[in-house]
Design a protein around this ligand. Structure first.
Ligand code: NG6
Ligand code: CA
Length: 516
């Protein structure tokens, strides 16, 4: 027996050391980095995480060639705070004003803040972002749509940007390229505001019968492309896009970026609008899933992943590029449009085995698809290390061979080892999760334990398969994720010591101003 174990250890050691030798860190090779972030994609929405009612062959291929994380997280269960903390490496709850940004929001990340992009740029990377931004544009007065739109991504480390400036359900439906609205005709200026510009301005209530996709809550202001949105706008007609064409445009612009920078290290943030509402994928995907437009949008996102992998293959970059796939928050079905997401859900569980989704600190709100691939450098497999999008800053800095600037990225941890699928890579010991921020709602995972804190004693979107609702909850709950991954049995009464210790740790992380 001892002999057998010794032989096994030796063998394992041998495999491990050869793996280590293959890793970029030890060979000193700096990978290109492509972050593919989905919008509102749940843990269970991809077939490599167990979905049976929808098939995502491209994402599955990425997973089979890389590491699929079972404890991969984003840091918040809405978009803006996750993106804020992904780029800055600092928890969004440390900075007021980082909740879901309205159409008129000024730039939330102030110029010269160190971000993943600025850190990699300083390390010699070409940096670009394509797709949804939703982190505000412009100075104190908000975006100047007819003028230069700055500050924005270019003032925090991106060399170039091609953006959906807010979200697809928030006005205006135009592209922003670097500092300008693309194709804006000065004779038809763009006006954007929170109040209707005139009593005659058509909106989702007055012209409801004309809509091609009806709204269910909110989303009844200005109509564009037969869909009413959040917020009002007029003008800029030549600049307006069709929702159906967004994914193709993101791929076209990403391909341009990758081709242009194929011979130098590059960082591309591919920020998909899929599968956020209004779900209106290209006609070629409509009706192709059995889950309605929500499923069709998953197919469109999966197609994008395939296109990006094909581009890397075509340019011989797959072995020089780390691809990281993640989502900005967990799933939601009815998020304001009557797209039959609830009606057609059937057996599909968008959050997998996890409870809760978007807006929630139950695991489903932030535990999301998380895959890393670097062909020839990552041993394919499955990892249960705890990793989070907030760790990109420190981890990518390490992979790029540079140090984190002093005072930057206060909560980001160097998990490069785990991201590369290192067999002994541990990942995080603990992770704080938040909802949209400002409500005193937190999730705190520490090993197998999960503490919930609700200062307002309300949780949102606990049961994803039903209409969005608030549920009354106690201020604190404790779950054992090992025995109860679905967080169904609050064991706080059985484990007062664990709860006490975790409450104190959570408070310290929040109050100390940094966790690193
Ligand atoms: C909510 C919107 C929702 C979505 C969300 C932001 C209403 C009623 N609901 O306020 O539809 O836009 O904001 O989503 O307007 S996120 O993924 O960008 O955070
Ligand atoms: Ca989102």
């Amino acid at each position: 027996n001892t002999l057998l174990i010794t032989a096994a250890c030796l063998l394992q050691g041998c495999v491990l050391s050869s793996l280590h030798a293959a890793s970029g860190e030890s060979s000193g090779e700096r990978p290109n980095i492509v972050v593919i972030m989905a919008d509102d994609l749940g843990y269970g929405d991809v077939s490599c995480n167990g979905a049976t009612e929808i098939s995502t062959p491209h994402i599955d291929r990425l997973a089979s060639e890389g590491v699929r994380f079972t404890s991969g997280y984003c840091s918040a269960s809405t978009c803006t705070p996750t993106r804020y903390s992904m780029l800055t490496g600092t928890y969004a709850f440390r900075k007021p004003g980082t909740g879901i940004a309205p159409p008129t929001a000024p730039a939330i990340i102030k110029p010269d803040t160190e971000t993943v992009a600025s850190i990699l740029k300083d390390a010699g990377y070409a940096t670009g972002v394509v797709g949804k931004w939703h982190l505000g544009l412009g100075g104190e007065d908000g975006p100047q749509w007819n003028d230069e739109l700055k500050p924005g991504p270019l003032e925090i480390g991106f060399d170039s940007c091609f953006l959906l400036p807010t979200t697809n359900d928030r006005v205006p439906q135009v592209y922003v390229q670097n500092h300008r609205v693309l194709n804006l005709d000065p004779a038809d200026p763009l006006w954007v505001g929170n109040k209707s510009p005139s009593p005659e301005h058509p909106n989702g209530i007055t012209n409801r019968s004309s809509l091609k996709l009806d709204w269910s809550h909110g989303h009844n202001h200005t109509i564009h492309n037969g869909i009413s949105r959040i917020g009002y706008y007029t003008g800029g007609h030549a600049a307006r896009f069709r929702d159906e064409d967004l994914a193709d445009k993101w791929i076209e612009k990403s391909n341009e970026f990758i081709e242009q920078h194929r011979d130098e290290p590059f960082f591309l943030f591919f920020s998909s609008h899929d599968i956020h509402v209004p779900r209106m994928p290209h006609e070629r995907f409509q009706g192709k899933s059995k889950l309605g437009l929500r499923g069709d949008s998953i197919l469109e996102f999966d197609w994008c992943v395939g296109e990006l992998m094909d581009t890397l293959d075509r340019l011989n970059l797959a072995e020089k590029t780390l691809v990281v796939l993640c989502s900005d928050n967990g799933p939601v079905l009815d998020d304001g449009y009557k797209d039959e997401a609830v009606e057609k859900i059937g057996k599909h569980r968008a959050g997998g085995v996890f409870t809760g989704g978007k807006y929630s600190v139950y695991e489903g709100g932030t535990r999301t698809p998380f895959i890393t691939r670097w062909k020839g450098h990552i041993q394919p497999g499955v990892s249960d290390a705890i990793v989070c999008t907030i760790d990109f800053a420190a981890s990518f800095a390490a992979l790029a061979g540079t140090a984190l600037p002093e005072g930057a990225s206060l909560d980001s941890m160097d998990l490069s080892d785990a991201i590369l699928g290192g067999p002994y890579a541990k990942g995080r010991d603990s992770l704080v999760q938040q909802d949209n921020g400002g409500s005193g709602t937190f999730g705190f995972r520490s090993g197998k334990w999960k503490l919930h804190r609700y200062d307002r004693k309300r949780a949102r979107n606990v049961v994803v398969e039903q209409k969005l609702t608030n549920t009354p909850v106690p201020q604190f709950m404790l779950f054992d994720l090992e025995a109860d991954p679905a967080e169904q049995h609050n064991v706080i009464a059985e484990h007062p010591d664990v709860a006490k210790k975790m409450k104190a740790e959570l408070t310290a992380i929040i109050e100390n101003g940094r966790s690193r």
